[in-house]
Design a protein around this ligand. Structure first.
Ligand SMILES: NC(=O)C1=CN([C@@H]2O[C@H](COP(=O)(O)OP(=O)(O)OC[C@H]3O[C@@H](n4cnc5c(N)ncnc54)[C@H](O)[C@@H]3O)[C@@H](O)[C@H]2O)C=CC1
Ligand SMILES: O=C(O)CCC(=O)C(=O)O
Length: 526
């Protein structure tokens, strides 16, 4: 049975789902070196934001197949290192959207009315009504940086509160922003005109210290800023100085450059600063959502099924996956077949999507073809996660082409591998019942289902040759399950494809090539 380690607190429902297929150990609060020590035992790791899955942990993980992040941000996982090792990284892109948006709105209202400090004041025995005179958000301008899932929900509620909405997001269209009720503007204008600024973006090299001393200096003196996205997007030192100098009116932060927040000048500031310990996703509802979402995906990966929200398998979104899943098996089989025909070192792979397949996304089919192509070299070490990287590291050039006007089958896939030993091609399709058919090998038309053990020959189309091969296989006690010949012209070159029940015995290939008229012979194991 598989073993799963849960190293951050997650909802029990998630653990129950994992327990259907694995032994689950819940060990929270592990030190990095403790995790390095034990990770080798596990097939899957489930985390929240507390565990940092570093390269060191990944290198120590010999059995790990999947890392599940019960939340959105995967910046606490070294995704490139996981990808190189073929480990699937999954997250829950929507499970905590509402929780994070509501925390942001709560921060905005709390900042405006000094609620945390007023509460502390009353609890300490005071009744101070002068210190906590706040500001209304009604008719004020809110600038939303990052108009994705969380930013859009914040926008929806802010609009209902009759705020004016500005947004900065270089990756969305002005029309989309308008639909949400926002005016899409550049960052400088947003910074200068907003009374409230809230960030909902991932931490990337471009967004690190996006809010720095220079931008703080451009803000209105009554500006209040909120960060419930990722630490490090604010320059915390510059922010503390701006708040201390009264350059801006307030800041609410849920996330920090270094968590937990230990030493920070922000901690010494007054009622204009609110700090929460990364609570954006901490609602019962969100924790249930993300635990179910991620546990189900870990379960699926452990059962050999694709995950619906894998962050390191490009192009495999759930809708695309549903449509292309049967063709991915075809691509993998053809990749494996053409790789064995080509033998040696492969230099390039041409993936041609034909007929109705020509309108599909090619990336999943390219990945599946490469996975098949590399199987002989890498066996179980190649998967959908690392196939692209492994191909690049071997210098395999991938060319994608499309041809809508293929007549014979509604949709088919053509793979051509060029290697140091020559060029080989295969074409295949799916029948109505989803069964795979190989329809062409090296330009010879055939119609055979793939089978585990196969023999291909290229020979002169002449009388007696099929009988001779049949007798030779019989003399080695090889049972032929099916046989088909394909030729381009009568008495020209032809191809023979045999499905056999067992692997070919040692030495027989050499005997086959000695048969008169046989030019080449290949054994294939799929
Ligand atoms: N505090 C907490 O507990 C939580 C924090 N988060 C964080 O909130 C952030 C947003 O999450 P979602 O809305 O779900 O993500 P999303 O992917 O739906 O939206 C992010 C948006 O940011 C935009 N963007 C990316 N880089 C940008 C840049 N440099 N400038 C402006 N816009 C940029 C993207 O185009 C996208 O529209 C993430 O960093 C996530 O990790 C999410 C949940 C809980
Ligand atoms: O797991 C958590 O509580 C943090 C959630 C978060 O930051 C995220 O989903 O990006």
């Amino acid at each position: 049975m598989s073993k799963v380690l849960v190293s951050d607190p997650i909802d029990q429902t998630g653990i129950d789902i994992l327990s259907q297929v694995a032994t689950v150990d819940v060990k929270t609060g592990l030190k990095p070196e403790e995790l390095v020590q034990i990770i080798g035992e596990y097939d899957a790791l489930m985390i929240r934001s507390g565990t940092h899955v570093t390269e060191k942990i990944i290198s120590a993980s010999n059995n790990l197949k999947v890392i599940g992040r019960a939340g959105v941000g995967v910046d606490n996982v070294d995704v490139p290192a996981a990808t190189r090792k073929g480990i699937v990284v999954v997250n829950s892109p929507q499970g905590n959207t509402i929780a994070a948006a509501e925390h942001t709105l709560a921060m905005m209202m709390s900042l405006s009315r000094y609620i945390p400090d007023a509460n502390t004041s009353v609890k300490s025995g005071l009744w101070d009504r002068k210190t906590y005179v706040g500001a209304e958000v009604y008719k004020k301008t809110i600038g939303i940086i990052g108009l994705g899932k969380i930013g859009s929900h914040v926008a929806k509620v802010a609009k209902a509160m009759e705020m004016k909405l500005l947004a900065f997001d270089p990756f969305i269209s002005a029309e989309r922003a308008e639909q949400i009720g926002c005016q899409l503007v550049d960052l400088d204008l947003l910074i200068r005109q907003s009374d409230y600024i809230t960030l909902h973006i991932p931490k990337t090299p471009e967004s690190t210290h996006l809010i720095n001393a220079e931008r703080l200096a451009k803000m209105k003196p009554n500006a209040r800023i909120i960060n419930c996205s990722r630490g490090g997007i604010f320059d915390e030192e510059a922010l503390a100085i701006a708040l201390k100098n009264g350059q801006i009116a307030g800041a609410a932060l849920d996330v920090f450059e270094s968590e937990p927040l230990i030493d920070s000048p922000l901690k010494t500031l007054g009622k204009e600063v609110i700090l929460t310990p990364h609570l954006g996703a901490s609602t019962t509802e969100a924790q249930l959502n993300v635990a179910i979402d991620v546990a189900e995906q870990i379960r699926d990966v452990l059962l050999g099924l694709p995950a619906r929200s894998a962050v390191n398998i490009p192009g495999l979104s759930p809708d695309i996956l549903e449509k292309l899943k049967p063709y991915m098996q075809l691509a993998e089989t053809l990749g494996n077949l053409v790789g064995q025909l080509a033998g040696g070192r492969i230099e390039s792979l041409n993936v041609k999507l034909q007929g109705e397949l020509a309108t599909s996304k090619s990336q999943p089919l390219v990945i599946a073809s490469l996975k098949g192509l590399l199987y002989q070299a890498l066996r179980e070490r190649v998967n959908y996660v690392n196939a692209n990287i492994e191909a690049k590291e071997r210098g395999i050039r991938v060319v994608e082409t499309r041809d809508q006007f293929v007549r014979d089958y509604p949709g088919s896939l053509y793979l051509e591998a060029t290697g140091n030993l020559g060029i080989h091609s295969v074409t295949g399709t799916l029948l109505g019942d989803g069964e795979i058919r190989i329809t062409d090998i090296d330009g010879f038309p055939i119609n055979v289902p793939p089978s585990q053990y196969m023999l291909f020959t290229v020979h002169r189309d002449m009388p007696g040759i099929i009988g001779n091969i049949g007798s030779l296989l019989g003399s080695f006690n090889v049972n032929i399950a099916s046989m088909q010949v394909g030729r381009k012209i009568v008495r020209g070159d032809a191809i023979m494809v045999l499905s056999i029940d067992d692997p070919l015995p040692e030495g027989i290939l050499m005997e086959i090539t000695k048969v008169q008229g046989i030019q080449e012979a290949y054994t294939i194991v799929l």
